[in-house]
Design a protein around this ligand. Structure first.
Ligand SMILES: [Zn+2]
Length: 76
């Protein structure tokens, strides 16, 4: 399987993981949403599972502009 991390704000591909074994701590299992956990639990062999995260650019932007966090919630 391939884990594909994309930024939920700008859609940038952050990184790919092809774990031989699924290390739940390494992929950030604790911070995944229930929906993402379900996707992982139901993955097929050779399937790409997309996980949403935040890229460095957006993280930096949010750090500089804390009010964007509120905007993000508003959009969702
Ligand atoms: Zn981003």
């Amino acid at each position: 399987m391939t884990l594909l991390y994309t930024c939920k704000h700008c859609g940038t591909e952050i990184g790919k993981l092809r774990p031989q074994m699924l290390d739940l701590e390494k992929i950030g299992w604790n911070v995944l949403s229930t929906e993402e956990k379900n996707k992982l639990m139901n993955y097929q062999q050779n399937q790409t599972v997309t996980l949403q995260s935040i890229c460095e650019d957006c993280q930096h932007l949010l750090d500089q502009n804390p009010q964007y966090h509120e905007l993000d919630y508003f959009i969702q």
